[in-house]
Design a protein around this ligand. Structure first.
Ligand code: BES
Ligand code: MN
Ligand code: ZN
Length: 502
């Protein structure tokens, strides 16, 4: 898919299709009005006859509109002008892309980026249009013997911006949008891959493959033998029941001018399958626990975006690859383990495994002398109960960092909502036998999980993003969403001080 920006009037475009908006009720957008004028009222006549009301997502495809050079004009309902918000804008773009893809137009000039969206500039509109387009065209058919092919797929899309002055901003928005969606694409591919293929070694191989493309990136892996030497006993315990070796993948990206500048550290939970272990999960929807590596998939995706944009920062990413299975070797409820930090943990439920893997990684990353650490994980079912699928859960004891991440979520459209991390909740982790248990009980389940992690992050500024609800869709359109790639990438983009909109 090829994207470009242009600034011009609709009647002068010679394209397979031009896309223009119509508001409700039957009101032409400025661009549609220009077309109407040169076609001597052709479009307003159609509206008057009732062919298109302008309701959001309504589509009307016209051929050979008089005096218009393009073969087709696609009129797109945009709803009431005053009500056009971000969500509706993205829905309209998605619907448009699907229509274009089915109508045989292999290229199109799209004027929807000139619509007025409350509080958003050209940079945002173009970037979101690119991301929405690439995400709508995504499908995961690597393992289908018959691939779903479109006969004449959309290949080239030109977004129009109102003035020539905005062309550079538009081009930047395309670059960033492409980089973010390429990262999301990788995230989705890796996450959708079944657990018999996507195991900890697969995560490592995906990272290594990336390092071959970008010379700013180096990848090393740490297997069970080295984890033993490092004292990562809780990480090891979780993987002990699995025939697949636990592998921690470390990706080091050096983009800053000062190669020794403190890195941003990203950590992703990479449970390539979470059966629950001895505390076995119920059978219903257990297949979806292949997505328990959604944090790691998000982190590897974000690294792809960062490499693609060549951002001037240093970033270290760690994929915590592991599989939680029941077997004669499995760790058990009642076990007391010593973490890499030296703190001891009484295991009360082997299904609360994510925190046990992550706590050792959070200790491990101290050696990078991090500027800050963000971990992301499909950590708790409780987070899904609290926030559903639309917001990721954000936890941080460092207020400025929390606000920075919330902002990155707002900017990128991959939103998070902050949850408390008060000391009062810490008591729920008390154990009679060890320094803590791995189980806080049913109330505030996502908070006690974050509290557990916080005990291993005293040496740096830290935030935790629970993506249990946002990383994948269940039901009819089951699949990875590509989140949290946008929020992570946006955070790093902001930190890198890269110019974006005006
Ligand atoms: N990976 C799960 C969390 C999860 C469950 C994410 C459902 C998305 C959907 C995690 O390892 C887990 O099993 N958590 C337990 C913790 C409990 C035993 C304290 C949970 O949430 O039930
Ligand atoms: Mn679990
Ligand atoms: Zn899990």
């Amino acid at each position: 898919m090829e994207f470009s920006v242009k600034s011009g009037s609709p009647e002068k475009q010679r394209s397979a299709c031009i896309v223009v908006g119509v508001y409700e009720p039957r009101r032409l957008s400025g661009i549609a009005e220009q077309l109407d004028k040169i076609s001597e009222g052709y479009i307003s006549n159609l509206l008057r006859r009732g062919d298109l009301e302008g309701k959001p997502g309504q589509m009307l495809l016209l051929h050979h509109v008089p005096n218009v050079l393009s073969e087709r004009v696609l009129l797109v309902g945009c709803g009431k002008e005053r009500e056009l918000d971000e969500r509706q804008y993205k829905q309209i773009i998605a619907k448009t892309i699907n229509t274009l893809n089915e109508t045989g137009s292999m290229e199109a000039v799209c004027f929807l980026t000139e619509l007025h969206v409350k509080g958003r500039d050209t940079y945002w509109k173009v970037r979101q249009a690119v991301e929405t387009t690439k995400n709508s065209l995504y499908s995961f058919d690597a393992l289908k013997t018959r691939k779903g092919e479109t006969r004449r797929p959309l290949r080239k899309l030109v977004f129009n911006v109102p003035t020539r002055r905005e062309l550079p901003v538009g081009e930047r928005a395309i670059d960033h949008g492409v980089a973010v969606s390429d990262g999301m694409h990788l995230c989705r591919d890796v996450a959708n891959m079944p657990p018999n293929i996507c195991n900890p070694a697969y995560l490592a191989s995906q990272a290594r493959q990336m390092a071959e493309t970008y010379d700013t990136l180096t990848v090393t892996t740490i297997g069970e033998e080295q984890m033993e030497q490092l004292g990562m006993h809780t990480y090891l315990a979780v993987g002990r029941g699995s025939a697949n070796e636990s592998i921690m993948t470390v990706m080091e990206y050096k983009g800053a001018e000062d190669q020794s500048a403190k890195p941003i550290v990203l950590v992703g939970k990479g449970l390539t399958f979470d059966s629950g272990g001895i505390s076995l999960k119920p059978g219903e929807a257990m297949d979806e626990m292949k997505y328990d590596m959604g944090g790691a998939a998000g982190v590897i995706g974000a690294m792809k975006s960062i490499c693609e944009m060549n951002l001037p920062v240093n970033v270290v990413a760690v994929l915590a690859g592991c599989e939680n299975m029941p077997s004669g070797n499995s760790y058990r409820p009642g076990d007391i383990l010593t973490t890499m930090s030296g703190q001891t943990v009484e295991v009360l439920n082997t299904d609360a495994e994510g925190r046990l893997v992550l706590c050792d990684v959070l200790t491990y990353v101290e050696r990078f002398d991090p500027e800050l650490v963000i971990d992301t994980a499909t950590l708790t079912g409780a987070c899904v109960i609290a926030l559903g699928k639309h917001a990721s859960g954000l936890f941080s004891s460092h207020n400025p960092l929390a606000h920075e991440i919330l902002n990155a979520g707002e900017q990128s459209g991959d939103r998070a909502w902050r949850m408390p991390l008060w000391d009062e909740y810490q008591d729920l982790l008390d154990s009679p036998f060890a320094d803590m248990t791995n189980l806080g009980g049913r109330p505030a389940g996502s908070i006690t999980a974050a509290c557990f992690l916080s005990r291993f992050t005293k040496k740096y500024n830290w935030a935790h993003i629970d993506v249990a609800g946002s990383a994948w869709n269940s039901g009819a359109n089951k699949g990875s969403t590509g989140r949290p790639v946008p929020i992570l990438t946006q955070f790093v983009l902001n930190r890198a001080g890269v110019e974006q909109g005006e």
